[in-house]
Design a protein around this ligand. Structure first.
Ligand code: IPD
Ligand code: CA
Ligand code: CA
Length: 259
């Protein structure tokens, strides 16, 4: 398997170093607007550039797909890094301390390695296909909640698709009345990592991009959970997907009863 040829120890070290760039508040204040409520800062570009140079040097045969660059030339039938240099850019701008770096490796569109690193808490979630899911080296698994009454659910508000608000908030209300409570972190990758570690029981969001969910998808699956689409099918790595994740019972319940 390709993941076996990656120096995972070095890769994690690289991501930790890139995480230091999150501390640069001046760069975080240099903001460009990409779309409605959609921003990019100098930190996003700096993290992307830092990792791109090093990954392309060390692994010249692996393509590099990343949020803040053009990706038309990517051939998904090969090997591809999938990076979100800052997942949770709005949080970063507000110094809210809930953002992360999300890096996945895909082999023929199948995620074989995923890392989600939160530089504020220094929590590093890592999974390799067939090897399990780990938080700072300790094995983690999804929760065992079996129904909504015992579940804490993270919602994603699809902030760049405000036209979805009516539909989304109707679902959130319905769900809120049935579960313990809902959470909104502002980072899809951290939401998926939290599902993997059992801190929350489920998470869903309409219209995520591949860099938001690729690494987190493997984390959840390797932690024993499910990642479905809104139709209840196994989610795949298309460029935009509607993602529902959880321990298997809760993911199924969310997809079948609420979405
Ligand atoms: C966003 C965050 C947010 C989610 C959005 C994503 P970005 O990523 O993950 O939580 O609601 O759908 O696009 O823009 O901060 O990288
Ligand atoms: Ca993102
Ligand atoms: Ca981003």
């Amino acid at each position: 398997m390709e993941a076996a040829k990656i120096n995972v120890r070095e890769l994690q070290e690289l991501i930790l170093q890139a995480g230091e760039l999150f501390q640069d508040r001046k760069a975080a204040g240099h903001i460009k607007t990409k779309g409605a409520a959609d921003y990019v800062t100098e930190v996003d570009y700096a993290v992307q550039q830092y990792l791109r140079v090093r990954l392309e040097t060390q692994y010249p045969h692996i393509q590099f797909l990343s949020e803040e660059k053009a990706n038309q030339e990517i051939d998904k039938s090969g090997l591809v890094w999938v990076l979100d240099p800052v997942d949770g850019t709005t949080n970063l701008i507000h110094d809210y301390h809930a953002s992360c770096i999300s890096l996945a490796l895909m082999d023929s569109a199948d995620v074989v390695l995923g890392i989600v690193y939160n530089p504020y808490s220094q929590e590093r979630f890592m999974a390799q296909k067939g090897v399990g899911c780990y938080l700072n080296g300790e094995r983690i698994t999804v929760s065992s909640a079996a129904n909504m009454e015992e579940s804490l659910i993270a919602i994603g508000t699809s902030p760049y698709y405000k036209e979805m608000a009516e539909e989304n908030f109707t679902i959130f209300k319905h769900l809120f009345l049935d579960c313990q409570d809902i959470r909104r972190s502002g980072s899809a990758a951290l939401d998926l990592a939290y599902v993997a570690s059992g801190r929350i029981d489920g998470y869903f969001e309409h219209s995520l991009k591949i860099w938001d969910f690729a690494a987190g998808m493997l984390l959840v699956r390797e932690a024993g959970g499910s990642v479905l689409d809104y139709k209840g099918e196994q989610a795949d790595t298309r460029m935009v997907n509607h993602i529902v994740a959880g321990n298997s019972a809760i993911a199924r319940l969310l997809a079948e009863k609420y979405l």
